[in-house]
Design a protein around this ligand. Structure first.
Ligand SMILES: Nc1ncnc2c1ncn2[C@@H]1O[C@H](COP(=O)(O)OP(=O)(O)O)[C@@H](O)[C@H]1O
Ligand SMILES: [Mg+2]
Length: 235
């Protein structure tokens, strides 16, 4: 594997402001690498910092120390005007979904595509394809507020994937899914990774922990991320 491919973090340190104005350090010195073509799973108890780590990896938060590198570029150090184009290459599935409830299912997928200046027909084709992939094709015109929790979460997955991102960061993507859909989402993440995409999933769902599609496993506890199972070759 090329040295500079994929997503990596080095000595990542992050804290949320505590009640006394002091920073409560959540991530101590997190070093990890996430390779294209592979599904990486980050497990950890609730509150371990999985969501925070994904937000750092996707450039939504800045580390206090250390850095995030994407294809060997120090993306976490970039000023906002450089970071925005980088973020467009990242597909994020938020734990709290962050959909626009008053817009239709299809319109929610249109939003991330509009800034890309794609042709209307190309946008339509991408939207239709993603909705079919998450079994929401029949609901394209429905307002999001009429969807079930599971359907909304699948829409959030479709929105993350619709712009053909090179990096997919999925936070608890199976939380609201039944076993059949959870298995389908695992297969989908595996298929996306096989096209050369970096896929990082944060989850404590045992169905994901045991999924055959997961290639690399990391565990987050006490502010540290450790590789689980057979050692992964460092890039
Ligand atoms: N915006 C925030 N402001 C302050 N504290 C936060 C914020 N987001 C998360 N935290 C705290 O950081 C810790 C880790 O949260 P999170 O990253 O969501 O963990 P996980 O996803 O593993 O459950 C929790 O103690 C949480 O309360
Ligand atoms: Mg979380």
């Amino acid at each position: 594997m090329a040295l500079n491919a994929g997503l990596a973090c080095h000595g990542l340190r992050f804290g949320w402001p505590g009640e006394q104005g002091d920073d409560r350090i959540l991530l101590q010195a997190v070093t990890a690498w996430f390779q294209p073509g592979r599904v990486s799973l980050v497990t950890g108890a609730t509150g371990a910092g999985k969501s925070t780590l994904l937000h750092l990896l996707g450039g939504l938060l800045r580390p206090v120390a250390g850095e995030v590198r994407a294809e060997d570029q120090p993306v976490s150090r970039w000023p906002a005007r450089h970071r925005d184009p980088w973020r467009r290459r990242v597909g994020m599935v938020f734990q709290h979904l962050a959909l626009v409830p008053d817009l239709s299912v299809a319109e929610n997928l249109l939003l991330p595509l509009v800034p890309r200046g794609m042709k209307w027909s190309a946008m339509q084709a991408a939207i239709t394809r993603q909705l079919e992939a998450v079994e929401l094709g029949q609901l394209a015109a429905k307002p999001v507020y009429t969807l079930s929790g599971g359907q909304r979460q699948r829409l959030a997955i479709a929105r993350a994937l619709v712009g053909a991102p090179r990096f997919v960061l999925a936070d608890e993507p199976t939380a609201f899914q039944d076993d059949r859909q959870a298995a389908r989402i695992c297969a989908q993440m595996g298929a996306v990774a096989r096209t050369g995409v970096v896929v990082v999933i944060g989850s404590h769902d045992p169905r994901l922990r045991n999924a055959s599609e997961v290639d690399d496993r990391w565990h987050l506890a006490a502010g540290r991320l450790t590789a689980v199972g057979p050692p992964q070759a460092a890039p």
